[in-house]
Design a binder for this molecule. Structure first.
Ligand SMILES: Nc1ncnc2c1ncn2[C@@H]1O[C@H](COP(=O)(O)OP(=O)(O)OP(=O)(O)O)[C@@H](O)[C@H]1O
Ligand SMILES: [Mg+2]
Length: 224
């Protein structure tokens, strides 16, 4: 098992386009302004060879549909990316930093891969995943998981604006709306079952401001 660390590993997850990168960066800046030693991580690590299989999968080289690669196979691809980056890069920082803030983590397997399974298969999957990544691969468990919850209609609209109608820029997850909706269901299950902290990022019609969400996140961090 990984030895206990003083470093708090905070994970920020959510569906596509929910503001993960934005909030990860802002939180890190605020913690640094407080004098804490903090850094960010972002998964998948597209620059790393560790993400080769993930890139093949998201790029459609293993099939056009997310379902062409089963939940366990695809989860393994992402797990490899994480353990490679832990061994190669941030494992050292985890011993000395106050905070590491990750934009996606093992939690993204729960959201995006568990969505491929039947409801009655979810608990087995979670047990397998936790054992595999945290116990066998020995990457650290997060101290806190924040789920950025955005109404799917609003996130689709944001994504359209982002890609300006050019669907060819989307990966196989982003381009499949039915799949995104099942990811939302698996996320709801995980929030309840795994005790993730949910931040509601819209007011029903539009997004709350980046600053409002960041303030809520910062308050939560201070409470741990
Ligand atoms: N609260 C907000 N209100 C309006 N726009 C936002 C808000 N938060 C983020 N955005 C914008 O939405 C887009 C997506 O944000 P960001 O990249 O942070 O999301 P993400 O969850 O990391 O996305 P992805 O899943 O694609 O990696 C960016 O253009 C960002 O500036
Ligand atoms: Mg992002």
């Amino acid at each position: 098992m990984t030895s206990p660390s003083k470093c708090k590993l905070i994970v920020i997850d959510g569906l596509d386009g929910s503001g993960k990168a934005t909030q990860t960066k802002l939180l890190c800046e605020r913690l640094r302004a407080d004098g804490c030693k903090a850094r960010t991580l972002s998964f998948p690590d597209y620059q790393s060879d560790g993400s080769a299989a993930v890139r093949m999968y998201l790029g459609g080289k293993l099939g056009d549909s997310p379902d062409d690669v089963n939940a366990y196979a695809a989860s393994s691809f992402y797990a490899v990316d994480r353990v490679v980056s832990y061994l190669n890069e941030w494992g050292r920082d985890y011993k000395t930093y106050d905070y590491i803030i990750a934009d996606r983590y093992v939690t993204s397997n729960v959201i995006h891969q568990m969505a491929k399974l039947k409801e009655e298969e979810r608990d087995d999957y979670i047990a397998w995943l936790y054992d595999y990544e945290y116990r066998r691969l020995e990457i650290p468990e997060p101290d806190l998981v924040i789920f950025l919850d955005v109404d799917p209609d609003i996130s689709q609209r944001l994504m359209r604006e982002r890609y300006q109608g050019d669907d060819s820029k989307k990966d196989i997850h982003e381009s499949n709306v039915a799949y995104l909706l099942s990811c939302r269901e698996s996320a709801s299950y995980a929030i309840e079952k795994l005790g993730w902290t949910r931040i509601k990022c819209d007011n029903g019609e539009s997004m709350r401001t980046i600053e409002e969400i960041s303030d809520e996140l910062y308050t939560i961090i201070h409470s741990i």
